[in-house]
Design a protein around this ligand. Structure first.
Ligand SMILES: [Cu+2]
Length: 687
């Protein structure tokens, strides 16, 4: 042995001792233990535990007795987040008999999980004028630890509340909403750190994961999803330009974390500008990717890109799911994510390599869009159709990865489909993922767009043709093969809101946009239970236990993008519940286009009124030829009215309070949309 090794090894040993001491004093060891454990009595983080698998080990309620389920309680949250501009998608958290839930207005309520009585409430007081909300006012949930609750707000603040009182403990802006940023994802708490994503992919932002000290709110590190020229991935953007600095790549959902591997995982959203790839030649990392970082330091570990050089708004927006499996007799550590492409991407979470197989295949090219030569095609089945039919009035239709330029091209998947923000659970009993999907065609077009800080920057648009069908699928995907085990066609689009949860009692639990809460047999898909909640049921359920009784909870408050009935209710079910169903609310639309009665002779159309924001009122009007119609923005964010077919007119962007008039001289049926919010439809019938 060489001299000099001894003091060196002594120093090493000493360093190790300090390190283990600092590990031993975890800030909240009980919470860390619950987060690492299978999901039991408490539901302590958005995805149930660090895996995001949403698999509850509770089995008092099972396939044999689910038919006896009734409402245990239903509580209205005092009008918080009620209105067409909001979505209620949060997973309630439950710990020690208390439920914590956040609404689309970032308001937080603590409820007695047994009775539904409100214990405290925290009103966010959030600025109602935020003009950079992309896709409805929504908050997907909370995190908890160290006696605090954590939430990300639409104004890009991360906030900590005292769990006992709801009082603000700290508040950290991780960006400014005026620059296009916001937060809609539930944060993740683990080992003294809060991890938060950020939104703004439609506003030319630079996406990032932010790690904050859970005790103080201090920002510890940031990892940018868009690399600088010298960073890993920097070569996938054109040299000498700064397009990467406004390339979107936001994080829409809660990360997962593997404490043994020391890695944090998350899905990254679409590239910006969404539909114009002409100036950003290259694969554009880390848009539409699954990324793994070292959880302590934020150092890059690996990535897998689902769509190269995205021009279709094909986010990876659903939370990543960690699962363990056996393939060819070998135990493997898996990670999976359901994409907007309609595929589930299944990888080895130690290294990011495909676990089952994903092939790079040549795809159609358009040099103007600088399309990638190949795209990844996962082995197995897609959960939604990936080709669009040609419809009257359109020149072109194509399949997934078909490019487009200024002439509209019909493509599937589109809109919120295949799977958007909704979570996908995994059951170790069945070995299935449960995947919600949206089926809809849209016409994609590219136009040139100028980047202005804080304004929309999408470089094109997509809208579903008038009267074209919109519906969904709910699919069990076998994790060993990536093939469909069973599939239901659903009357409404799934995968925007919603999502499901699976239990050791053999049940898959989910809401339906028409207000129904459903329980299915996890193995066969057979529907076992259906209960009308009275409001759009577009949130993923959670499962918990208090005093020996198992409960199932779901937030029912509708969804602005689905058009499901809004409200402010939390429903909780149990086997000894006493409450029956409510009257069904109006169902969401199943074809694209304007809805509602045709107003006679109305020539003043309000945009964004009545707290609905994403609407024209009246949406349909019948007028005489030669009438001048005035469009007025009475909402909070910029809107427009732009011809969809027949004619070529637009009001241009109207800020709050602005109006513009359009004269309709010729008879005909004129459809229009709001270009930043293409799910807003209007119709002028001219006679
Ligand atoms: Cu709009």
């Amino acid at each position: 042995m060489r001299p000099g090794w001894r003091p060196f090894s002594f120093l090493l040993g000493f360093g190790f001792l300090i390190f283990s001491l600092s590990c031993a004093v975890a800030a909240d060891p009980e919470m860390d233990r619950l987060l690492r454990s299978p999901i039991g009595k408490d539901w302590v983080t958005n995805g149930g535990n660090l895996t995001n698998s949403r698999y509850s080990t509770l089995k008092q309620i099972d396939t044999s007795n689910i038919h006896k389920l009734k409402g245990a309680w239903m509580t209205r949250l005092k009008g918080s987040g009620v209105g067409g501009k909001y979505s209620f998608e949060a997973s309630p958290l439950v710990k020690d008999g208390i439920m914590y839930v956040v609404t689309g207005n970032d308001d937080v309520f603590a409820l007695d999980a047994k009775t539904g009585a409100i214990i405290w409430e925290h009103w966010s007081g959030i600025d109602q004028q935020i003009s950079t909300v992309c896709c409805g006012w929504v908050n997907r949930g909370l995190a908890m630890g160290e006696g605090m609750l954590y939430l990300g707000q639409l104004d890009a603040n991360v906030v900590a509340l005292d769990m006992k009182t709801g009082k603000v403990a700290w508040k950290t802006p991780i960006e400014q909403w005026q620059n296009g940023y916001g937060i809609t994802s539930a944060p993740l708490y683990y080992d003294g750190v809060i991890y938060s994503g950020i939104t703004g992919g439609e506003f030319g932002v630079r996406g990032r994961l932010t790690a904050l000290n859970a005790k103080t709110g201090e920002i510890m590190w940031r990892w940018f999803t868009l690399p600088g020229p010298e960073d890993i991935g920097g070569e996938t953007w054109p040299a000498g330009t700064d397009h990467a600095m406004r390339g979107g790549a936001t994080i829409w959902n809660t990360p997962a974390l593997d404490p043994e591997l020391g890695l944090i995982y998350f899905a990254v959203g679409n590239c910006g500008p969404d539909y114009d790839g002409s100036m950003r030649e290259g694969d554009n990392l880390f848009c539409t990717s699954i990324v793994a970082l070292k959880a302590k330091t934020g150092e890059y570990a690996w990535h897998f890109q689902q769509v190269h050089h995205d021009i279709w708004d094909y986010d990876a927006a659903s939370p990543v799911v960690l699962f363990d499996t056996v393939i060819n007799g070998e135990p493997r550590k898996g990670i999976a994510e359901a994409g907007r492409t309609g595929w589930v991407y299944i990888l080895d979470r130690t290294n990011g390599k495909p676990l089952i197989g994903i092939e790079e295949k040549p795809v159609p090219q358009d040099p103007r869009q600088k399309t990638a030569k190949t795209q990844p095609f996962p082995v197995g089945d897609a959960t939604v159709p990936q080709c669009a039919e040609l419809l009257p009035g359109y020149d072109a239709a194509g399949c997934i990865f078909t490019p487009f330029w200024e002439t509209p091209v019909l493509i599937q998947p589109s809109g919120l489909g295949g799977t958007n923000w909704a979570p996908m659970p995994y059951s170790p009993d069945t070995g299935y993922f449960y995947v919600p999907g949206t089926i809809r065609s849209s016409a994609f077009t590219r136009y040139s767009d100028k980047y202005v800080k804080g304004l929309r920057y999408t470089g094109g648009g997509q809208s579903a043709p008038i009267d074209s069908p919109m519906f969904g699928t709910f699919t069990a995907i076998d994790a060993k093969t990536n093939k469909i085990a069973w599939q239901h066609k659903t009357p409404y689009r799934l995968g925007g809101g919603g999502g499901s949860t699976v239990t050791a009692g053999g049940l898959v639990l989910r809401g339906e946009p028409d207000g129904n809460f459903l329980a299915l047999d996890a193995k066969s898909g057979k529907e076992l239970f259906r209960f009308q909640t009275g409001f759009g049921a577009d949130a993923p359920p959670v499962v918990y236990e208090v005093d020996g009784t198992q409960y199932i909870a779901i937030a029912t408050g509708g969804n602005s993008l689905q058009g499901s009935a809004y409200g402010d209710a939390v429903w909780v079910f149990s086997l000894n519940g006493q409450l029956g169903p409510l009257w069904p609310p109006p169902p969401p639309p199943t074809v694209a286009g304007p809805t509602g009665a045709i107003a006679a002779g109305v020539d003043a159309i309000k945009i964004g009124g009545g707290n609905v924001e994403y609407s024209f009122a009246p949406a349909r009007t019948r007028i005489k030829a030669g009438t001048t119609v005035t469009f007025s923005n009475v909402g909070d964010i910029p809107h427009d009215a732009t011809a969809l077919r027949l004619g070529d007119w637009t009001t241009g962007a109207l800020a709050k309070g602005e109006s513009k008039s359009v004269t309709f001289s010729k008879a005909g049926v004129y459809y229009y949309i709001c270009t930043p919010h293409p799910w807003m439809y209007g119709q002028v019938i001219v006679e």
